[in-house]
Every structure is written in C-alpha cells, then in structure tokens.
Design a protein around this ligand. Structure first.
Ligand code: G4P
Length: 507
C-alpha cells in the first residue's frame, strides 16, 4: 500500500514565505523530524563543522532536509529545497526525488526569478504544481493580475480554488469555492483560529469579482494537473494560518502518490516486489574528524526493513543497512519499515554517490538523475603547492558529494571547479580548509560553461585533435568541452553535428 504517501517540495523565491508555510504545515501535522538534527544512534548531536557555520553566519540553509508529518491517514514527506538565491545542484536534484511541488508566490510580487527557475526544473519532469499565493493579509496585487501572470509566464492553466475577500487592511476572510465556507480573521492578531462561516453572504463590493473568479477560469481537472498542464491556485497567509488546512487537504486529494521511476527502457512501479531506490543527495557528516556521510535515498518500490541488504549500483556488492535514518513522524519513530515515496538516510563512508541505484537484486538502474552543467567556473590555485595530492582527494570527495563539479583540463595543471550557485564556492573553500587542511584560492577561469561530449570514438578523437585547449575530463574521466561563451557552444555544435554537447550528464 503506497497510496497514502505524498512526497513533495516547496519551490519559491527567497522571502515569499516558504519557511513560515513549512512551519505551519508541520504544526498541522504534529510530529517533526529535521534531517539536520537527527541524532545518530542516540549520541549527542555531533559537532557542527565549519561549513555549517556559513549557514549560521549567512542565516541560510545550505543543505536540504526531510520533514515528515501525518494527517488523516496520509504521510507527507516534505523535502526542503535550499531557499537562498545561490541555490545549488542540491536544489535541482531534490526536485528529482519528489512527486509534486507547492509553488509559493508573494501576493505583492508575483512570479520572481528563482520561482521561475525552479518551476522550469519541475516542468522538465512534468512535476505537478499546486500554487499558494501567500500574504493576502497584506496589501497585494489584484488576484486576477497574479493569476494572469502565472498563466502567461509559466504557460499553465490556472484554476482558483479559493478567493480572498479583500486584502491587507480590508481582508475579511478567505472563501473556499469547494465548501463555500469563509475562514475569518479573529482577535487583534487577525489570525485564523478556526472560525468559519458556512454560506455567508458576500459583501456587495466583492460579489462581482468573486462571480468572475468562480466562472472565468478552467475547472479543476485532475488529469491536467497531474500532467503539469494546470495548477490549482490557493490563496492564504502562512503567517496568519489562512489557507494552510486547505493546502494540506489539496495535497492529500490531488497530489500524486509515488510515481513510477524510469529505469532505462522500463519503469519501476511502487508496487514492484523488491526494494529499489536512488540516491539524490549526499550530505557530509557534521563531524569533520570522521569522513562518513549520509546518503539520502528516495525509495521507489518495495518495503524496506531495518538491517536489509541492498546493492548499490556503483559498488556491485551488497551492503547491510543497519542504522538507516527513517524520517518518520514522532509517533512512529520506532517503526522500522519504509515504503515507496519515503526517504531513507543511509550512513556510509563515501561508497554511495548521487545518482546511484540501490536494489535487492542489482538488476535495476534508475535513469533521469542528471548532473547539471555548472554556471560558474573557477580555477583553483593552491597556496601551498606541495598539497596537490590532498587537493585532488578533496576535489574528488566533494564532487562525489555533489558540492562541486571538478574538471581536469587536458592541457595545463590548473584544475577547474564548477558550481551552479555562488554559495557552493564558499562552502568549497571553507571545507577544503577545515576538513582537508588545504588552503586554496579561486581565480577567474577563461571558461563560461561546460558541456559533456558524446559521439563515436572517431568523432571524439578528431574533435580532440583540434580543440585540446578546451577539453577536460570530469571526475569519472568523461570528456567535457569547456566553452568560453554560450556562443562558443552553439558554434561548435553547428560545426560538429556528429557530436552532442550536453548540458546535463547522467551516470
Ligand atoms: P522564505 O523562507 O521564503 O525566505 O520566507 P519566510 O517564511 O522566512 O518569510 C519571509 C518574511 O515574510 C518573514 O518576515 C515572514 O514573517 C513574512 N511572511 C511569511 N508569510 C507571511 C504572510 O502570510 N503574511 C505576512 N504579512 N508576512 C509573511 P520577516 O520580517 O523577514 O522575518 P521575521 O522577522 O518575521 O521572521
């Protein structure tokens, strides 16, 4: 039975209210576990390493975490996507592990750049989206304007499920189109404390607008939503608790249960009778003295039991998973099984890599879990040149974790690191020093982006003969074209139609 799982993420631009909404969702569901705070086997919380300090100093969360809550018999797995502007590959990859997403929009600001970027990643995989227009307790844009913007910018049909009666100081409540009840603000804080009026008359000045909102948009269509063609729109205020219940209810009713996952030519269904899953994230241990990590596995099928043996595709031989971290709600903390859709944290010493498949029989390989071409490239220079070996080890380790990507140029000895967001560079320098005792500087690189090259051996050889200064190998030894500009990519692509220049790479 997997249909009671809903595994989802929240996508938004910083400040739209993701943290506040997350708190309110967790409060409604009760029990909480934050991945970053999980105690390993009863030990006191481990020392935080320096890169965690960056999080504190900058007041942002570098790492994603998993939060699980339950309501009305449904288990919700909320995977947090780092909300800072400098988002990393982690953010992208987390979206490969969810079945749906909530898009939070600030009612006054509409679609902002990061929302758009994350939305595009969702669209690549047809991840269905429920929209939550937040902060209706504040002066905002006309709701029609927001709906039109979502429809235009994201090319989505919008289907409002609620409507704010007035906004800001004039906010009188939130009308639920389905139940026809109005949730009302109460007391001096004007919060939602449970007061609802069933079939309450709508004040004259809003009657026409609400008529239009009810009739002027497509009806909700489950299939169109699940295909990623339509988004139901909820209005609310995370701060004042408006619309949160309705949102949870919408996830329970509409959001898809665990989806089948592509594995080459086949798809693995959640009811497949073997435990399978894939690693979408690896988090270094908080203790810099120990090089163990936690790999986050999204379970795709089967029933996992503590102590089970699974084969990681990268290793070929089984490992026993004795002390998995199961992100269950509190009342089920002692439960030791997990189902499709759940996330399992697996402590390991670097054997598990992002993109690895885990399975009982080692016959399945999940596909569609790409690395993304870096948008920022830097040369890495050692302060103490005798530390080359340590640096190489560190770069290999950190790229394995997905913190950075590393490129070893065919000519010259200056290695290049690539990241999707600026913040990853800070994390890199800080962790090199703290964990590997390597002091390094990042310098400008002549390259703007990288593309993985694919083609016949002969075609690759010919290309290499003429373009050696622009070639590098990645950590796995695969050939990469280092481009000086996007124009460069286009030019080479046109000149070399027998090769593909790929912006993503699957292992
Ligand atoms: P984020 O995670 O998306 O970055 O946003 P976060 O929840 O931290 O919210 C950003 C700011 O917006 C916070 O205010 C928060 O209180 C406020 N906020 C969130 N939801 C609502 C809402 O529904 N209505 C109103 N009026 N405000 C909302 P802040 O002043 O930056 O932080 P704080 O000092 O209140 O924590």
């Amino acid at each position: 039975m997997t249909s009671n799982r809903r595994t989802f993420a929240i996508i938004s631009h910083p400040d739209a209210g993701k943290t506040t909404l997350t708190e309110k969702l967790l409060l409604q569901g009760g029990a909480i576990h934050l991945a970053g705070e999980v105690k390993a086997r009863g030990q006191a919380r481990r020392a935080r390493s320096d890169w965690m300090k960056i999080e504190q100093q900058r007041g942002i969360s570098v790492t994603s975490s998993v939060m699980t809550f339950e309501k009305n018999g449904i288990t919700f797995n909320l995977l947090d996507t780092p909300g800072h502007q400098d988002f990393s590959e982690d953010t992208y990859r987390t979206l490969t592990a969810v079945d749906s997403a909530i898009m939070v929009i600030d009612a006054a600001k509409g679609i902002e750049p990061q929302t758009l970027k994350l939305f595009e990643v969702c669209r690549l995989r047809s991840v269905p989206i429920i929209t939550f227009v937040n902060k209706v307790d504040r002066e905002g844009r006309d709701p029609f304007e927001t709906l039109d913007e979502v429809a235009d910018k994201l090319a989505l049909d919008v289907s409002p499920q609620m409507w704010p009666i007035g906004m800001g100081g004039l906010f009188e409540g939130l009308l639920d189109f389905r139940t026809n009840a109005v949730a009302r603000p109460e007391g001096a804080s004007r919060e939602y404390l449970g007061k609802r009026d069933q079939d309450a008359p709508i004040p004259d000045q809003y009657a026409e607008e609400i008529e239009l909102a009810r009739g002027g948009y497509p009806e909700f269509d489950l299939e169109a939503y699940r295909h990623g063609d339509l988004t139901p729109v909820y209005f609310g205020s995370a701060l004042k608790n408006f619309g949160v219940e309705e949102l949870i209810d919408a996830i329970a009713r509409f959001a898809p249960p665990p989806r089948p996952q592509p594995a080459g030519d086949v798809e693995i269904n959640p009811d497949y009778n073997e435990v399978t899953g894939f690693i979408f994230k690896v988090q270094a241990n908080m203790d810099p003295m120990h090089r163990d990590r936690i790999a986050f596995m999204r379970q795709v099928s089967g029933t996992f039991k503590r102590g089970m043996k699974l084969v990681p595709s990268g290793l070929g031989k089984p490992i026993a998973i004795h002390s998995p971290i199961l992100f269950f709600a509190q009342d089920r903390e002692l439960a030791d099984t997990a189902e499709a859709g759940d996330i399992i944290g697996i402590p390991n010493h670097g054997t598990l890599r992002v993109g690895d498949t885990l399975s009982e029989k080692n016959q399945v390989r999940f596909t569609g879990l790409p690395n993304f071409a870096p948008e920022i490239l830097r040369r890495i220079a050692l302060v103490d040149p005798t530390k080359t070996k340590q640096l190489r080890k560190a770069l290999d380790d950190l790229s394995e974790e997905g913190v950075i990507q590393v490129f070893y140029p065919e000519i010259g000895s200056q290695w290049i690191v690539g990241v999707v967001g600026q913040l990853q560079l800070d994390v890199l320098v800080s962790r090199l020093e703290a964990e590997y005792k390597v002091e390094a500087r990042l310098e400008a690189s002549p390259f703007a982006t990288a593309r993985w090259l694919k083609g016949s051996d002969a075609a690759l050889r010919t290309f290499a003969e003429f373009n050696r200064p622009n070639l590098a190998k990645d950590r796995d030894g695969d050939m990469v074209f280092m481009a000086r500009s996007p124009w460069d990519v286009n030019y080479q692509q046109e000149k070399n139609p027998e090769l593909t220049f790929s912006a993503t790479k699957e292992r």
